[in-house]
Design a protein. Structure first.
Lengths: 201, 311
């Protein structure tokens, strides 16, 4: 790696670190999270950028299939909401036929997520944050990519400190915990895009 | 004309019932004051039922489709006959379990039909049991937004409806901008997860409090309505803000309030309950009303004033 590239990556990593640390400084009492532990290394930064690129690709695909459906009004009947959601879910499943685990949350991204969550949860407030995540979060034995998010399972609460630490998502995609799994879901289509196991320390 | 001795008794009761609130103002009922049947053990502060005031109800954790929800909904309809509230504030967990079109009917449209028919407009926030698509449901008036604010139809009141299950940084930034830009006398925050609660099942959400409370304090939010714990609880004022947990609109966690909690100003965990509220000028009157029609809590709150201003 040339010195110039190394320097550029290092400065971008430092920028991300400052942005994240600055955000925490605004919201959390000093010392509640070890800010130095959530600094991204150059390789983690690359993993995050590649993940964000894959998420942008998903958004493009989603917009393409959604454009084939009648637009859902902002003040709809339950029948319209249900029909739109199920039709969109079917189109996404079809467009992603053969999708496999790890396509979005790839191994390097899984490692990043686990390390970030370990850092966030290892601080003095870690127990409180984990309790918030696990509140009404019993988990389910089986999940599959492209399946509908289980209707009977409440959505896990995502503490603001966790959302701030994880790479940003495109609109309509959300992170949720199901048990100790991190799920990437399409919130409107109600479809599981990807997931990874045992992310919580 | 209300006899003098009754006025004095009322004032004393107000001071006792709402001790801990920034209150203490004598309250007298107007000729059209409304009161549900009372608990024999505790006199209630009546809602003044003034012409031109803002009248609304708060309801949470209700969408079970079960008997408890239906009985409370019937009580709300009876109460509406004497107290014509025009707004219903929903603090989340609007539908439990499946959310097929028929579930919207059984868990919302049927039980609240008398109120919907009477023109009551509901505004919802989402809870952890609510699918995100509820934001498009026309009767929840969210207009496709997961978080939003709206101005009340009368009085200087703005509600800030938040999504506490997924508080992304963008939402927190939005909230700060909205609060900063609001000149409304009353700023009221509504969301699902309580910043303060003595409920044994969930309790206070400390990490959410860390992010939201500084904004509420800085920008003069006066009252916060939440749910999640399936009880009714009014919290002693925290940093000048009165928090309510109104999470027993259908669900009920019998006996779930921690009786040793220092947070509780008033708690009720033996029946489903809704909260009826009236804002008139700088005062907010409230009655918590149980499924059986008893007023289980009542009082008056004065709005917070911007720093440097006094009433």
């Amino acid at each position: 790696m040339s010195n110039a590239i190394h320097l550029r990556l290092a400065s971008r990593a430092a920028f991300v670190a400052l942005a994240v640390a600055g955000a925490y400084a605004k919201d959390a009492p000093p010392g509640s999270i070890d800010q130095s532990a959530i600094v991204l290394s150059a390789s983690e930064l690359r993993a995050a950028e590649e993940f964000e690129a894959r998420v942008r690709d998903y958004r493009a695909l989603r917009e393409k299939v959604e454009a084939t459906l009648p637009k859902l009004p902002k003040r709809a009947t339950p029948e319209q909401v249900d029909a739109n959601q199920r039709a969109l879910g079917a189109l996404i499943k079809n467009a992603r036929a053969g999708a496999k685990r790890g396509e979005y949350l790839a191994p390097d991204m899984q490692a990043l997520v686990k390390r970030i969550l370990a850092a966030v949860l290892s601080g003095p407030d870690g127990k409180t944050i984990k309790a918030s995540i696990m509140d009404e979060n019993p988990g389910v034995p089986d999940l599959s990519v492209n399946d509908r998010y289980p209707d009977a399972i409440p959505l896990s609460t995502m503490p603001p400190q966790v959302l701030k630490a994880l790479p940003k998502l495109e609109e309509e995609l959300e992170y949720r915990f199901v048990g100790e799994r991190l799920v990437l879901m399409d919130a409107h289509a109600h479809i599981i895009i990807d997931f990874t196991d045992d992310v919580l320390p | 004309m209300i006899p003098m001795h009754r006025r004095i008794v009322t004032a004393v009761v107000v001071a006792l019932i709402v001790s801990g609130c920034r209150v203490g103002v004598p309250v007298t009922a107007g000729p059209a004051a409304v009161q549900a049947p009372q608990s024999p053990a505790e006199a209630a502060v009546p809602l003044p039922n003034k012409k031109g005031s803002l009248k609304f109800v708060v309801l949470g954790d209700f969408g079970t489709g079960g008997r408890g929800q239906y009985d409370l909904a019937a009580q709300m309809a009876r109460f509406h006959e004497g107290f014509k509230f025009g707004v219903g504030i929903l603090v989340g967990d609007n539908l439990y379990g499946a959310e097929r079109p028929q579930d919207f009917k059984v868990k919302f449209e049927v039980p609240y039909k008398p109120l919907l028919d009477a023109g009551v407009k509901f505004n919802a926030a989402l809870g952890n049991h609510d699918a995100r698509e509820q934001r498009y449901y026309k009767l929840f008036n969210m207009n496709g937004e997961l978080y939003y604010s709206f101005k009340a139809p009368n009085e200087s009141v703005r509600f800030f409806m938040l999504d506490s299950t997924y508080p992304v940084p963008e939402q927190i930034d939005w909230l700060e901008t909205e609060l900063k830009g609001s000149n409304d006398a009353w700023k009221i925050a509504v969301f699902h997860h309580p910043l303060y609660s003595s409920g044994g099942r969930h309790g206070s959400d400390l990490k959410l409090r860390e992010v939201l409370e500084p904004l509420f304090v800085q920008y003069n939010v006066s009252v916060v309505f939440t749910g999640h714990d399936h009880v009714y609880e009014r919290i002693k004022p925290q940093q000048g803000i009165v928090h309510f947990v109104v999470g027993s609109g259908g669900q009920l966690a019998l006996g779930d309030i921690d009786k040793s909690s220092a947070l509780t100003a008033k708690g009720f965990d033996t029946e489903q309950t809704f909260l009826a509220v009236e804002i008139s000028g700088d005062k907010m009157y409230f009655n918590a009303i149980s499924k059986e029609g008893r007023v289980v809590d009542s009082g008056v709150i004065e709005r917070r004033m911007p720093a440097g201003k006094t009433q």
